[in-house]
Design a protein around this ligand. Structure first.
Ligand code: NAD
Ligand code: MG
Length: 385
């Protein structure tokens, strides 16, 4: 039986993870859960899954949650310390890292340092600190399974093959809600427009990242670390149907792809039960019901964020962490109605222009680069904390 900690259990990935867990009660036990603001949902999850430990954002929320619970209560912790305790709980054998943003880095790193296998949804962990994280993964000899659908597809398409025979990794992208919008229209895109993703139902931050295509940029950097492939060998194809989740092209010209109905329960179940496959709740794929699968190159003029991520990846060192921080500040400002849609990528570029990349020797130095990126992005955008 796998004993799980789910970091970010109240989010989109967290909820889907618990759906997979609930469908296989003999395979999993939930040891610890962490959540942010949605205490009602956390309460329901505690009642359904009976974790020993939960963690929330603040002491005040911990007291509020305690008052909401009747009957047997788990240990209720809070803050970064609480997330670390949940990530390293002695009983836990696998940690599902499903917090959004750079906030997921410290607890995910703590889990790996404590020797836990990790099912990784929080791509920002590898974007900001990939070299350090992969080194700790090797040192601790833990398994890091990708939950991101593209990386799960690449992982499956690489199985049984030699890394040196790979020519290219091709990540697919739906193109998001603005695939056909011209630049003028993009300038006036509203929050509701950006949150209206055609194929995937996800948290707000990653949904906006999908609209700017920064999500694909973050995924290029994530793939670079997960699979030890130079970014020059990682391509992006727009594939609006989101049926092929990514592919690997080999030196003999063969391309191996993974297909499926777009539903995160598929990649989540695979990460949780690898190498076994279990019923995940994903509907079977009926290719005959589709009118066609199409592919084309991304447009960097309308979606400059993707090229910014390639630039950050090539620069390396602190640049991806700074870019990620600037993106988080800009997306939040956009969601709060303070800036326009195109200002997201424009501001990230300004912050990157102002940054002189330097090496990062520790997680603390990554957090320092993250703080610099956030402060500079706020200055550039003229927004307050
Ligand atoms: P979400 O916003 O739905 O949920 C995020 C979770 O993290 C919630 O439980 C929230 O309470 C918690 N959280 C947020 N800020 C926090 C903070 N500062 N400290 C502690 N906890 C905090 O996000 P999501 O869509 O589930 O995405 C989670 C991660 O998975 C992201 O890194 C995203 O890029 C990645 N991912 C998501 C999807 C998807 O389909 N949703 C697909 C691939 C990858
Ligand atoms: Mg993805």
């Amino acid at each position: 039986m796998k004993k799980l900690t789910i970091l970010g259990s109240t989010g989109s990935i967290g909820v889907s993870t618990l759906e997979v867990v609930a469908a296989h009660p003999d395979a999993f036990q939930v040891v610890a859960l962490t959540g942010g603001n949605n205490l009602e949902l956390l309460k329901t999850q505690i009642e359904s899954f009976g974790p020993e430990m939960v963690s929330v954002l603040t002491a005040e929320k911990a007291r509020a949650l305690s008052r909401m619970l009747t009957g047997k209560k788990p240990e209720i912790l809070y803050g970064v310390e609480g997330m670390i305790a949940a990530a390293t709980a002695s009983q836990t054998t696998m940690v599902v890292a499903a917090i959004v943003g750079a906030a997921g880095l410290v607890p995910t790193a703590a889990a790996i340092m404590a020797g836990k296998d990790v099912a990784l949804a929080n791509k920002e962990t590898l974007v900001t600190a990939g070299h350090l994280i992969m080194a700790i993964v090797r040192e601790q000899d833990v398994k890091l399974y990708p939950v991101d659908s593209e990386h799960c597809a690449v992982f499956q398409s690489m199985a049984g093959h030699r890394n040196e025979d790979i020519d290219r990794v091709i990540l697919t992208a739906s193109g998001g809600p603005f695939l056909k919008w011209d630049k003028e229209r993009l300038r006036n895109a509203t929050v509701a427009d950006a949150l209206n993703h055609p194929n995937w139902s996800m948290g707000r931050k990653i949904t906006v990242d999908s609209a700017t295509m920064m999500n694909k940029g973050l995924e290029v950097i994530e793939a670079r670390w997960l699979f030890d492939i130079p970014v020059e060998r990682i391509a992006v194809n727009i594939h609006p149907q989101s049926i092929i989740h990514s592919m690997v092209e080999y030196i003999d010209g063969s391309v191996i792809a993974q297909l499926g109905v777009p539903d995160m329960k598929g990649p989540i179940a695979y990460a949780l039960t690898y190498p076994a496959r279990v019923a995940s709740g994903v509907k079977p794929l009926d290719l005959t019901a589709l009118s066609g699968l199409t592919f084309f190159n991304p447009d960097s003029d309308r979606f400059p964020a993707l090229q910014l991520a390639y630039r950050a990846a090539r620069s390396g060192e602190s640049m991806p962490a700074v870019m990620n921080a600037a993106n988080e500040v800009a997306v939040e400002a956009f969601l709060e109605g303070k800036i326009g849609f195109m200002a997201i990528a424009e501001s990230i570029e300004r912050v990157m222009d102002l940054h002189v990349a330097h090496s990062l020797a520790s997680i603390e130095e990554v957090l320092e680069a993250d703080r610099w990126g956030r402060a500079t992005a706020r200055d550039v955008l003229g927004v307050q904390r």
